[in-house]
Write a protein that binds this ligand. Structure first.
Ligand SMILES: C[S@@+](CC[C@H](N)C(=O)[O-])C[C@H]1O[C@@H](n2cnc3c(N)ncnc32)[C@H](O)[C@@H]1O
Length: 282
């Protein structure tokens, strides 16, 4: 009798935890905190035009997750096509129900998704390939990252571009946690660098969220990465066959803070924390 009572209680507890989890949509909070696909596609289009003197058509989003960027791409122009690749069915399924469903039939017809490891070719051809939100940092060994870059090179259309983002700065060489408050949305986003090893440049990161009035939800996303530097990446890209690489660095506003506008540079500037883009030309 006592045991049965306990079991029922455990089931009730489990059920209420499920309701709470279902109520919290981690991809929605991720999207609100770290993604701006509508702005990103304009940057990709501008840089492609700047470097190639013509319009791109086909974008491939490697490590696409819920493929918000691919959706924004097919919305940008009515002849633009996109391919999204991710090896995890969970974010892909989320994107299908939440983002794909919002596209018109014509937009959907120009978007192809594939549940696949980006290291396992063949990969679809494209004018530009993106590996954004630092996803390729999961490749912690040089030969593995080189293999990925070689495979992107082989798959790109003639003259195609690879876009990578990268981050660094003195603050990334030690554990630290940064809170960003989204007052309008009533929640906080936390970017937690849990560790950094200067011998390997391996680092562990977490994303936490806290809705106002609720307890903090720890480790909602976690990333076991190697912090790659810009010169290491440029050397690897050259070794993989890319003819030229470019660095796009963020400009400053009047307070000396990043203004979200990126331009091609040959030199950067030391800052506590920076985000830059590397663009490699086939
Ligand atoms: C940091 S998330 C980035 C998601 C999205 N690109 C963005 O900008 O927010 C990394 C994604 O890469 C995927 N991933 C990790 N290793 C992969 C691999 N070897 N092949 C394909 N996808 C991979 C994960 O499933 C995850 O969805």
């Amino acid at each position: 009798m006592v045991r049965r009572h306990r079991r029922e209680r455990r089931q009730r507890v489990r059920k209420s935890a499920q309701i709470q989890l279902a109520d919290f949509d981690r991809y929605e909070f991720y999207q609100k905190s770290v993604q701006s696909p509508e702005e990103d596609v304009l940057f990709l289009e501008r840089v492609y035009r700047e470097l190639k003197g013509r319009d791109p058509a086909h974008l491939r989003e490697d490590f696409c997750g819920a493929f918000a960027l691919s959706c924004a791409w097919v919305r940008l122009q009515d002849h633009y096509r996109a391919s999204g690749i991710d090896n995890d069915p969970d974010p892909l399924d989320y994107g299908k129900t939440h983002y794909l469903a919002q596209l018109s039939q014509d937009e959907r017809d120009r978007l192809v998704l594939s549940e696949q490891d980006v290291l396992e070719g063949p990969l679809p051809g494209a004018d530009l390939v993106c590996a954004l939100n630092f996803s390729y940092f999961c490749f912690k060994q040089r030969p593995v990252l080189l293999r990925y870059f070689r495979s992107v090179y082989a798959s790109l259309n003639e003259g195609g571009l690879l876009f990578l983002d990268c981050f660094g700065g003195s603050k990334c060489c030690e554990p630290n946690e940064e809170e960003t408050e989204y007052e309008d949305e009533q929640f906080s986003y936390f970017w937690d660098q849990d560790s950094f090893d200067p011998v390997t440049n391996f680092a562990q990161f977490y994303i936490h969220f806290k809705r106002y009035g609720e307890k903090k939800r720890e480790k909602v996303f976690s990333y076991d990465w190697r912090m790659w530097s810009i010169p290491e990446l440029r050397d690897l890209l050259t070794e993989a066959g890319f003819s030229r690489t470019h660095v796009y660095w963020e400009g400053n506003d009047e307070d000396g803070e990043g203004n979200g506008e990126y331009s091609r540079v040959s030199e950067g500037e030391p800052c506590e924390a920076w985000v830059a883009y590397i663009v490699a030309e086939k």
